[in-house]
Design a protein around this ligand. Sequence first.
Ligand code: AMP
Ligand code: MG
Length: 498
Amino acid sequence: MQSLADPLSTLTWRNRFATLGNAFFTPVNAAPLRDVHWVSRSDALAHSLGLPDDWWQSNTSLQALAGNEVLPGSQPLASVYSGHQFGVWAGQLGDGRALWLGEIDTPAGTQELQLKGAGLTPYSRMGDGRAVLRSSIREFLCSEAMHGLGIPTTRALAIVGSPDKVLREEVETAAVVTRVAPSFLRFGHFEHFASLGRQEELKQLTDHAIANHFPELLSLPQGSAQYLGLLETVVQRTAVLLAHWQSVGFCHGVMNTDNMSLLGLTIDYGPFQFLDGFDPAHICNHSDHQGRYAYARQPQIAFWNLYCLGQALLPLIQDQDAAVEVLDVYKTLYPAQLDQRMAAKLGLKEVKTGDHTLINEVFKLLATERTDLTIFWRRLSQAVAGYATGHQTAAFDKVGDMFIEPSAWQVWLGQYLSRLAEEDLFRSAKSMLACNPKYVLRNHLGEQAIRQAKMGDFSEVATLLKLLSAPFDEHPGFESYATFPPDWASSISISCSS
Ligand code: AMP
Ligand code: MG
């Protein structure tokens, strides 16, 4: 039994999704795991949720986040959704291994909690409902890393591990990640009801989403105007998200419509990767044989996915031309958003005529030699800081050193310096160091933490969490986490299996 003082037992639950009714989900309890233990937890997230510092020290917290106890007020359920996978309609999918615990009131607003890897649900299909320690560490770290970078994402509160065995390519052990987000609604939730012609439920779900997650749309006339407004907002948020991803070299790996968040959050971390060397054609998911989700294709794929959402909402919007017009905004909004993000990375206060060319040219330059993306931008930021004090181009030598064939770099640097002349260099340098991260979750860093964790040592997970939560800080003594990847990094193979 929980004691009254137990922090998770005193949460205030709202569970608005659960009021929608059984057409939208199936109530289901988590399957227990044996001998559970903490692997890691995000104190920063716990703090923003209003939990006390020692929240994790109670056995109830551990058992609840393992799925072994139901917290008072929580109504565990698995939701139903469908989706397009790799461009093909896949029919019904649903939460096959994620359980919604419900919604809690927090100082950061209402937040939904999910346990990922909590056991079988009616939507598990051929799967076992479990997640392995390896992929749970990746999801946990990347969620918090994205947040640290200022990129919209679902968050991760904790990982619980268990010696219970899970079969993947080899036998691994089980883990559960507690995910946190204002809403876990996906494009696929809407596609599900639209594909079945169940317009009543489609309307009910969309009205729920608008009332609870896009309340600003309620000021529009009820009906098609609000639905069109919803589509427009999702288009905008998705454009913002994709500009973020592309600017830091983040590859999602499985941009199926069921992995697209209605709120424009990064969701479902699987075979994701931060690019090391800049290769636009890079495919991070070894199961993606066609390269559908290659880095450079992500913005177009997002647009394709938005069309699927638009198609699903069409029975409510009713006006196809208006829906297409709203969708087409993406074509200009995404490039504008990307230019804005890249201008910030270059230390430019605003995007001016000609900046788009400068940005395109730097992408070309980086692609030619597959220059390490994160190190390039960080060195460039430091170079501008040095240049601000003495106006010596030698400040850029460490950036130039990254190119085997320096002539293209020299040409670009010349153009960049003349553009920088219009800026307050000290402001530029400061803002560059605050938007070009020193630390990103490179595959090999995650891999090292996973190898140690498999042997019961979670200290690397904790170290990475600390660095990645504040990726723009210098963290003296941790420089080895910000260097070029070792040779073996390119041989890490990440598939959908998790
Ligand atoms: P994903 O590719 O991870 O986004 O998953 C696609 C679908 O497969 C979703 O409906 C997941 O819930 C489901 N799924 C993935 N892995 C498992 C698993 N191990 N057990 C049950 N369902 C799973
Ligand atoms: Mg998924």
